[in-house]
Design a protein around this ligand. Structure first.
Ligand code: DC
Length: 230
């Protein structure tokens, strides 16, 4: 199938499988894949390492905003996909810890951080042939995206998926902690003032509670064929 130079936005709740789906779309269509959450996580890692986070998920927003000009976050492509860098350090593993997960939503609430990340994302995505996943891609980063997908799934199923992922990378996290973290992030992400998580008016909902990745690709190919196929 010939695909024109389009932008695809994949938004939705935490652990709905956005990145696995978006990566597969990128592979199938030879698009660039951009994980916007990874940039928020890298900024959060910087904040933790520099003592800008405190007890109970608090973040020193003023100090972090003032530090943004010295934060250098980027994606670098290799044969095995895209990697997230903080300066010259690959931080793919360090940004997936439960500590980063528990501070990332409060960091992502800060308007200056959002502007900072949006600028980087728009720069990477401006040429098209890109699939980007996040919370506000279809509403804020690329409101002109050609295809917008909004992913949802049952919260218990999402917690199980995230737990499995974390266990596979050696974490000893338990189900209740992961479930609580997800619920808290859902709440903060959808209630913040700047670019809250919400479905764009022209987005198509994909509920993958009972779908495999291949089921989702079948669903996607149908839509892409009917909208953009020749
Ligand atoms: O997709 P993820 O779980 O890696 O995202 C981590 C956090 O980053 C998520 O809790 C909210 C925030 N985020 C955001 O606010 N806007 C985005 N476009 C992507 C992520």
């Amino acid at each position: 199938m010939h695909i024109p130079d389009i932008k695809i936005a994949v938004d939705g709740y935490s652990s709905t499988g956005k990145s696995s789906f978006a990566k597969l779309i990128a592979k199938e269509f030879s698009f660039l894949y951009l994980d916007s959450g990874a940039l928020y996580r890298a900024v959060t890692l910087f904040a933790i390492r520099n003592g800008l986070t405190g007890e109970n998920g608090s973040v020193d927003a003023a100090a972090l905003s003032a530090s943004l000009p010295e934060i250098n976050v980027s994606f670098r492509n290799a044969d095995d996909g895209s990697h997230t860098y903080l300066g010259d350090e690959c931080v793919d593993q360090d940004i997936r810890t439960i500590e980063v997960s528990s501070y990332v939503s409060p960091v992502a609430v800060i308007p200056e951080v959002r502007e900072f990340v949006d600028r980087i994302l728009r720069d990477y995505g401006k040429a098209g042939r890109v699939v980007m996943d996040g919370r506000d891609i279809g509403t804020t980063v690329f409101p002109d995206a050609d295809l917008k997908i909004f992913m949802v799934a049952d919260v218990n199923v999402r917690a199980m998926r995230r737990l499995k992922e974390m266990k596979a990378s050696g974490s000893d996290a338990d189900f209740d902690t992961v479930l609580e973290n997800l619920k808290t992030r859902d709440y903060i992400d959808s209630h913040r003032e700047t670019s809250p998580l919400r479905q764009a008016g022209d987005a198509i909902v994909l509920d993958n509670t009972n779908m495999t990745l291949e089921d989702q690709m079948v669903w996607l190919r149908d839509i892409v064929r009917s909208r953009f196929g020749d």
